[in-house]
Design a protein around this ligand. Structure first.
Ligand code: NDP
Length: 496
């Protein structure tokens, strides 16, 4: 737990050095075109840095460096024990640089610095550590062919992995892709979101300090339609791992088909339902976690519990508790440890969120929030917002808003709850609250979601696969299964 005061964080923020170059082949470099884009603090509107805006040529240099390092074996053919050592050192360096990394996350995309210091950065370190510790415990297979043949089935690293990640958890999303890909022996080209390139650039530096050879982890900040597209279409990228919107995920499938048929793994949007049954024994806990599930990280969470489906008899009592939570979770300065909610990532996204809120005011009953506000006269902050009496067909109950906006929908029985929960193009996560064990198992089995959390929300760990059904994508991050994305099976058949 970080014990720094508001003044401490402001002091540290004033001394921070922002990395503003791409990181290619072990070195910081400007974009070949000389172009830059502004990295802006959404809480204040201040420009933090002018960051290299990579184009096709820069992406090509990064992929060439990644390929060269991969083929040289400088990382890909080292022992798993060596890769483990380096990844454990990197995990340690992330912990040693906790405050700097937490500030980079907060300043770059508006989240609360105390969350970045207690959730994002420790989470990233834990995941590098987990994959480091796992990689020397994974065995190949010997096929049961019988005497005269020895058939080995081994996992090999794929080669060059492209990773394109979003802005909501910049360091964590980069880590979810890079840690298993690197552990398996691949080389990586990472494109962070244009709103949040700073922690990825620092991560690449720390990885070198930990002992990762030059060219194994490259970072190409830039715009999606240029740098992201160039990576998606590159003929020498073997696999593209993406987290972001469903619309852009579909583009990556097209890029692959139009280029080298690279593997594409998608973790995309969500509209996760949270089902609360009348037999839930602890309505206070359900309210606490429902509020956390939609207001944490300003609701900018792909698995946010944005649809609250409540059994009619307990709905009003639950909504009353949630309204109290909303009142106590008003936005504040992200660097102040007492603040409850940070800034939206940028004014454009805040305006998108407000378009949904304004539409919802006409079709549902606003019971909390509903306004765009500033903090200290600056930034774009959206109040924690709750709509009651929402029809489950209403756009605020169907579309991914990606902000702190909750839609409350009443149901009468289990069948109706399951039908409404599954009536969505998405299927990333779901939660349900009940004291009945058999109901919990029955419903968990029927919900179309990659993760079902029972009597909690949004449960995840490095040990469990994270990803979706339907248009939430089909990639699985985390757990040993993530290694499936970054390895290929090689069969060696020996006659004797
Ligand atoms: P995007 O899907 O647009 O961005 C995710 C990543 O893809 C970024 O690195 C982005 O780069 C890149 N990208 C964007 N356009 C292209 C393109 N044409 N070709 C290749 N790469 C591209 O998400 P946004 O950040 O714009 O957010 C929009 C919506 O997506 C949100 O409102 C939310 O609904 C959803 N979203 C879901 C997330 C999740 O975790 N599942 C995370 C973030 C957003 P750049 O940023 O430079 O454009």
């Amino acid at each position: 737990m970080s014990e720094l005061s508001h003044k401490d964080w402001i002091g540290k923020a004033s001394t921070i050095r922002f990395r503003d170059k791409a990181f290619i082949d072990g070195k910081p470099v400007a974009a070949r075109s000389g172009r830059t884009f502004a990295s802006v603090n959404p809480a204040t509107g201040e420009t933090l840095a002018k960051v290299a805006s990579c184009g096709e040529e820069d992406v090509d240099l990064a992929v060439t460096a990644a390929r060269r390092s991969f083929e040289s074996g400088v990382w890909s053919r080292t022992s798993p024990a060596h890769r483990k050592d380096v990844l454990l050192r990197l995990a340690q360096l992330l912990r040693e640089n906790l405050h700097e990394l937490a500030l980079l996350e907060s300043l770059d995309m508006g989240k609360l610095v105390k969350d970045a210091a207690t959730v994002d950065v420790p989470g990233s370190a834990a995941i590098f550590q987990w994959y480091g510790e796992a990689i020397d415990k994974i065995y190949g297979e010997v096929a049961p062919t019988g005497e005269g043949d020895l058939v080995l089935v081994r996992r090999e690293p794929l080669g060059v992995i492209g990773a394109v990640v979003p802005w909501n958890f910049p360091l964590d999303m980069a880590t979810w892709k890079c840690a298993p890909a690197l552990a398996a022996g691949n080389s990586v080209v990472l494109k962070p979101a244009e709103q949040s390139p700073l922690s990825a650039l620092r991560l690449a530096e720390l990885a070198m300090e930990a002992g990762l050879p030059a060219g194994v982890l490259n970072v190409v900040p830039g715009l999606g339609e240029t740098a992201g597209q160039a990576l998606g279409r590159h003929m020498d990228v073997d696999c593209l791992a993406f987290t972001g919107s469903t619309a852009v995920g579909k583009m990556f499938l097209q890029y692959s088909g139009q280029s080298n048929m690279k593997q594409v793994w998608l973790e995309t949007g969500g509209k996760s339902p949270n089902l609360v049954f009348a037999d839930c024994g602890d309505l206070d806990a359900a309210a606490d976690m429902a509020a956390f599930g939609i207001f944490f990280n300003q609701g900018e969470v792909c698995s946010a519990n944005s649809r609250l489906l409540v059994q009619r008899g307990i709905k009003d009592a639950l909504v009353e508790k949630l309204v109290r939570h909303a009142a106590a979770s008003q936005p504040g300065d992200p660097l102040d440890p007492v603040s409850k909610m940070g800034a939206m990532v940028d004014a454009r996204h805040a305006a998108n969120v407000m378009r949904f809120v304004d539409a919802g005011k006409k079709t549902a009953r606003l019971v909390a929030g509903g306004d765009l506000v500033t903090v200290n006269g600056r930034g774009s902050f959206v109040q924690p917002t709750i709509f009651d009496d929402v029809a489950h067909t209403d756009p605020i109950a169907r579309d991914e808003i990606f902000g702190p906006v909750l839609s409350v929908i009443a149901f009468d029985d289990e069948a109706e709850a399951i039908r409404m929960a599954n009536d969505s193009p998405y299927g990333l996560a779901a939660s349900l609250w009940t004291d009945s064990l058999s109901r919990a198992h029955r419903i968990a089995g029927r919900l179309h979601a990659g993760t079902v959390s029972v009597n909690t929300v949004d449960a995840l760990s490095p040990m469990t696969p994270f990803g979706g059904f339907k248009q939430s994508g089909f990639g699985r991050d985390l757990s040993l299964h993530a290694l499936d994305k970054y390895t290929a099976f090689k069969t060696t058949w020996i006659k004797y």
